[in-house]
Design a protein around this ligand. Structure first.
Ligand code: HEM
Length: 528
């Protein structure tokens, strides 16, 4: 107000450089108290020591001291944007998921793309898998499709994830490398984990150095379930297809870009959206039934395998358009919490042992990363549909129950703040027969580690195969321990002999190693 108008510091500190004015309102501290001078601390005399009494300085420093939160344990470097998902056609026969019920309906989304291994400040063009995570704010709750730009994964069981990630990140004694897979620990782990061979082929391909986040595919990886209103179940795999097609750089370009502009991908996304050239992907589903799963030559719950599109075509069901950059990178992109356990009626998990572990891991890590159990109160994580429950308290609680009721059953009057569960409309898990001995067990149907790696390699053009060969030679030539190089070549022999030979030559191996002992080639080779 006029009476409050502040005209600058007339005190001993001299004139303020940039005082509040008609265009720049008065600054306050976080408690709302107006600030008279944001440049000079309170001192005893012109050159005297700073006084403890200076609550403005103390508050400013205190808040600054606490600006950092832990970076994500993986996928630390990422870039996000807002947009919408548009449903092309109602899928009521397949699923009762609200988002797929009405043709043309638009659902708000937030998407975050990321590298996996590098720290928050690592370069964008590292050879790495890219995360492709989408939060759909549906009318029946948030559905998070937390995928990657590669349709399979390195490991089959969540038990191995901490080891995979430890091996991929900086080596603990030296603190490097920050963002490259080219080091002994990573290739040691990989070469001792044959199930990773399929994903390794993809990771050494051009897919792992995308030209832009806008030009890459996305995959939900796991098999999920669709459940219809009648209770019919189908299996489903999710795919994102970029409207602009796929584009990659070549390794030399990646290396130069990392040096010249480590922010290349985030700048590209920011600029494209700013210029109205909105990135767009179509969502596709591969839907199949139990009979297909039984007959398929691999286990559909094995995340190191994909289902070829020739066998189950991808049906396009909608599109995602990203049309708004964030207002604040930290508040939205850093604090967004994707979680595989966030699903909605009409969708369900499967027994994929990787997915089962992920369902624990994300929530667990986010409780630490985002400072407690109430991170769903942060706007980017909050559902945009009504939320009614009796959860309360904890750090930063902002949505506590209103009124007397915070438990059920209760005898109190109904109303907005006294919700009840609803068997007809609430989330129903699919029914599943489960029996068996309690064992630490890997299904024999998970045993073939090379067939799909080979299929991927031979599906590539000559030029693309050359890129895979070169990538392997480059990466493995950084490995100092020669036995690891040889072990890798022994796996490559089970994938493609020419590939193995090219890599062995490129590495200057004197003798070709024996092929690694191959597990069963296909499910048909299982002992009857
Ligand atoms: C992020 C765990 C496998 C995609 C994360 C985070 C953890 C994690 C702890 C950090 C989350 C956060 O701080 O918010 C695991 C475990 C896995 C696994 C335990 C296996 C057992 C996968 C797979 C995919 C994937 C198979 C892809 C299908 C992602 C993505 C992010 C992420 C995209 C980043 C999400 C974001 O942008 O904030 N993962 N992960 N992860 N994970 Fe996984």
């Amino acid at each position: 107000t006029e009476s409050f108008k502040y005209t600058g510091n007339k005190g001993k500190g001299g004139e303020l450089h940039q005082p509040a004015s008609d265009t720049h309102p008065i600054m306050t501290i976080a408690q709302g108290c107006p600030v008279s001078d944001d440049q000079n601390s309170l001192k005893a005399g012109a050159s005297g020591p700073t006084l403890m009494e200076d609550h403005v300085l103390r508050e400013k420093l205190f808040h600054f001291d606490h600006e950092r939160i832990p970076e994500r344990v993986v996928h630390a470097r990422g870039y996000g944007a807002h947009g919408y998902f548009e449903t092309y056609e109602a899928l009521n026969e397949l699923t009762c998921a609200d988002i797929f019920q009405r043709k043309g309906e638009k659902t708000p989304v937030f998407a975050r793309f990321s590298t996996v291994a590098g720290n928050k400040g690592s370069p964008d063009l590292a050879r790495d898998v890219r995360g492709f995570a989408v939060k759909f704010y549906t009318q029946e709750g948030n559905w998070d499709l937390v995928g990657n730009n590669i349709p399979v994964f390195f490991i089959q069981d969540a038990m191995k994830f901490p080891d995979l990630v430890h091996s991929a990140k900086a080596e603990p004694d030296r603190g490097f490398p920050q963002a490259q897979t080219a080091h002994d620990n990573f290739w040691d782990f990989i070469s001792l984990t044959p199930e990773s061979m399929h994903m390794v082929m993809w990771a050494m391909s051009d897919r792992a150095i995308p030209r832009s986040l806008r030009f890459m595919e996305g995959f939900g990886v796991h098999t999920f379930k669709f459940i219809s209103a009648k209770g019919n179940e189908k299996f489903v795999k999710f795919h994102w297809k970029p409207k602009g097609g796929m584009q990659s750089v070549v390794w030399n370009e990646a290396v130069k870009l990392n040096g010249a502009d480590p922010d290349f991908h985030r700048r590209d996304m920011w600029q494209a959206i700013g210029e109205g050239d909105y990135p767009e992907w179509e969502l596709g589903v591969q839907v199949f039934d139990q009979k297909f799963a039984d007959d398929f030559e691999f286990d559909v719950f094995d995340a190191t395998k994909l289902i070829p599109e020739e066998q189950v075509p991808v049906k396009i069901v909608g599109r995602m358009v990203l049309d708004r950059v964030v207002d604040n990178f930290f508040a939205e992109t850093e604090q967004v919490a994707f979680c595989t356990q966030n699903i909605v009626p009409g969708l369900d998990f499967t027994p994929d042992p990787l997915l089962q572990g992920r369902n624990f891991s994300y929530l667990d890590t986010q409780i630490k990363r985002l400072g407690g159990p109430n991170f769903t109160h942060i706007p980017v994580n909050a559902p945009k549909c009504p939320m009614r429950h009796f959860q309360q308290d904890g750090h930063m609680a902002m949505q506590n129950p209103k009124g007397r009721v915070n438990y059920e059953p209760n005898s109190w009057e109904g109303g907005e703040h006294n919700p009840r569960a609803c068997p007809a409309h609430g989330y129903q898990s699919s029914s599943e027969q489960v029996s068996g001995d309690k064992l630490r067990y890997r299904s024999e149907t998970f045993a073939d580690h090379y067939s799909q790696a080979r299929q991927f390699y031979i599906s590539q053009t000559d030029i693309e195969q050359g890129h895979i060969q070169n990538a392997l030679v480059f990466e493995l030539s950084k490995v100092e321990h020669l036995a690891i190089r040889e072990r890798m070549v022994s796996h490559l022999l089970n994938i493609d002999e020419t590939l193995a030979k090219k890599v062995a030559d490129g590495l200057g191996l004197e003798n070709m190693p024996q092929a690694a002992e191959a597990a069963m080639k296909t499910r048909d080779d299982l002992p009857v």
